[in-house]
Design a protein around this ligand. Structure first.
Ligand code: ATP
Ligand code: MG
Length: 552
């Protein structure tokens, strides 16, 4: 972990605040997801930032569901969000819901009406938009803007009591129709929506807008540092204004650049389309940039936290290469994943001078990268083995260090062998390779004096278990599918999933568990998929051993 680094700009602000004795030395952040989809790697950035900051300064973080839009929200999403935050390794101080503040927010709105700072407008959405002006022209008011406080109070109460249909009226803040900040041109505070809410049921038919809910929710919780992404910069004026007029706790908003990752899309709306249109196998499809997808793919919480740490906290938008995420998981798994053998594209190898029916139990280290070792496992060896088709060439070219006729190679954790002959089918495909082994060359007690350049992996045919292996590639063919002509879905990589349905794995892999990735020696890192059954294990490729992506 990169422990020693300079402070990011938000840490600088927090340290200044602490030094100035602000908020009584208290740091309270919040992570405020809208429960309208599963969390993605962008949210992980926000989670690491909010929870990380609180942790560093002995503070706390609230998990607040920003559930002010009844239509798109669901408990399924609430549950998945909680699971993902916990899995990433963070604990929230309080689980809260913006909808729990609906009564407070209603009272706040009444207070602003009483102060002459809010009014009920009967205009349609189109009329309001047309009256707003443009960035270079001031907006125009309408007759509703001059309604009396009494009339506004009555109309707002009637809105709440369900006397009007959706869209008939809105409550707007009376601020400044000529403001250069368009958001200050009498923004909407409440709209009518006769919709069932996943928590408040049918109690409400008016719902507050983001700008009239977020800052107030922060203030109610006495959040000290409210961190959000750059698109909220223009909202800050409104955030501060409502807090000032309502004379509530002065929470402060700070903005950082959202995480953009190439070869994927991150908006929940787009991810939902991929799920609903069947382009992927659910929100947790291992190709998705969701936390649940990354988890199923074999990513570890530590690797995601490290990634978020490495990208830092920027003030300007940029695009992060997914290669960095892959680098982080590779680094982590290199240190932690056990090594096992799996033959993805098998061809049979027969050792002519090895006794028929004999089995030897050999040993292989679990992880040679761990200092002092990480234990070992037993690997059965016999006369017939599976090896990788690509590890043999009948006529090996120069610098081919694997097996060829007349050339030698070491079988990992076993013996040195020499290629002798092949058996082919009618089409000329090799069906069997014959070799001889050097009995004195056993790994660990090699007295043969022979040096070979290559080592290949293998599985005893008698002891092999069969598995399905899913090889994933990038979900999109272009770096920024959202910024291309046409629909982002036109840029899906048609080869993002390749299924190998007859892979041989060493018997010890029968003990594999999801969430504990293994390295298939020379092939990459893999993890057990939830689709596995006792009869058929399914493995997902988490990442290759080296970065092999070629830009198209
Ligand atoms: P999306 O646009 O992907 O649907 P959102 O911003 O609508 O995301 P929210 O549930 O509202 O999603 O976000 C919760 C928190 O996560 C917010 O504070 C938001 O700023 C932050 N967040 C969302 N996407 C990113 C991102 N790509 N990078 C960093 N933070 C993000
Ligand atoms: Mg949002």
């Amino acid at each position: 972990m990169s422990e020693e680094r300079s402070l990011n700009f938000i840490e600088e602000i927090v340290e200044e605040d602490l030094a100035a004795g602000k908020n009584g030395g208290r740091v309270l952040t919040r992570f405020p997801p809208e429960p309208n989809g599963y969390l993605h790697i962008g949210h992980a950035k926000s989670i690491c930032l909010n929870f990380g900051l609180a942790k560093k300064y002995n503070g706390q973080t609230n998990l607040r569901f920003d559930d002010t839009n009844p239509v798109k929200e669901d408990v399924e999403y609430v549950d998945s969000i909680k699971e993902d935050v916990k899995w990433l390794g963070f604990e929230w101080a309080n689980e809260l819901y913006a909808s729990d503040y609906f009564d407070n927010l209603y009272d706040f709105a009444v207070l602003l009406i009483q102060k002459g700072l809010a009014y009920v407008d009967d205009s349609t959405a189109e009329e309001i938009a047309a009256q707003k002006g443009t960035p270079t022209e001031p907006g125009k008011g309408n007759q509703y803007r001059n309604r009396s406080v009494e009339e506004n109070l009555q109309l707002f109460a009637d809105m709440k009591d369900g006397k009007y249909p959706d869209g008939a009226k809105v409550l707007r803040a009376k601020i400044d129709l000529a403001s250069p900040n368009m958001l200050l041109r009498d923004p909407l505070m409440y709209r009518i929506k006769h919709a069932h809410h996943h928590r408040t049921g049918d109690k409400w038919c008016i719902y507050p807008m983001y700008d009239f809910a977020h800052g107030q929710s922060d203030a109610i919780e006495e959040i000290t540092h409210s961190i959000c992404t750059l698109e909220f910069v223009p909202h800050r004026a409104l955030y501060d204004l409502f807090i000032k007029e309502l004379e509530i706790f002065p929470s402060k908003q700070y903005e950082f650049a959202r995480l953009n990752l190439n070869y994927t899309v991150m908006s929940k709306r787009k991810l939902l389309q991929l799920v609903e249109d069947g382009f992927v196998d659910g929100w947790d499809d291992p190709r998705m940039p969701t936390i649940s997808g990354l988890r199923r793919r074999g990513y570890t919480p530590a690797s995601i936290r490290e990634f978020c740490e490495r990208i830092g906290v920027a003030k300007r938008e940029n695009m992060i290469d997914v290669g960095l995420l892959e680098f982080c998981i590779r680094e982590d798994l290199n240190k932690t994943a056990w090594r096992r053998m799996a033959v993805l594209d098998p061809v049979k190898l027969v050792i002519d001078n090895y006794a028929e029916g004999q089995t030897e139990i050999l040993h292989g280290e679990n992880n040679p990268e761990v200092e002092g070792g990480d234990g070992s496992r037993e690997i059965p060896f016999g006369k017939e083995l599976w090896i990788e088709r690509e590890d043999f060439m009948e006529v090996p070219p120069k610098k081919y260090f694997r097996l060829g006729i007349g050339t030698m190679v070491r079988l990992k954790n076993a013996y040195i062998i020499k290629g002798e002959s092949v058996v082919k089918d009618a089409d000329g495909n090799i069906t069997e390779i014959h070799c001889t082994y050097i009995p004195e060359s056993k790994s660990g007690s090699d007295t043969s004096g022979i040096n070979v350049k290559g080592t290949i992996h293998w599985i005893s045919t008698e002891h092999a278990k069969e598995a399905e292996v899913r090889m994933y590639d990038r979900l999109f063919q272009v770096e920024d599918p959202s910024n291309e002509d046409g629909d982002f879905k036109d840029y899906i990589n048609p080869n993002s999933l390749q299924i190998l349905d007859k892979v041989y794995i060493e018997p010890d892999l029968a003990n594999a568990v999801a969430g504990k990735p293994v390295q298939f020696i020379r092939k990459g890192y893999f993890t057990l998929d939830k689709n596995s059954t006792a009869g058929k294990l399914v493995f997902n490729r988490t990442v290759t051993l080296k970065d092999g992506w070629v830009k198209k």
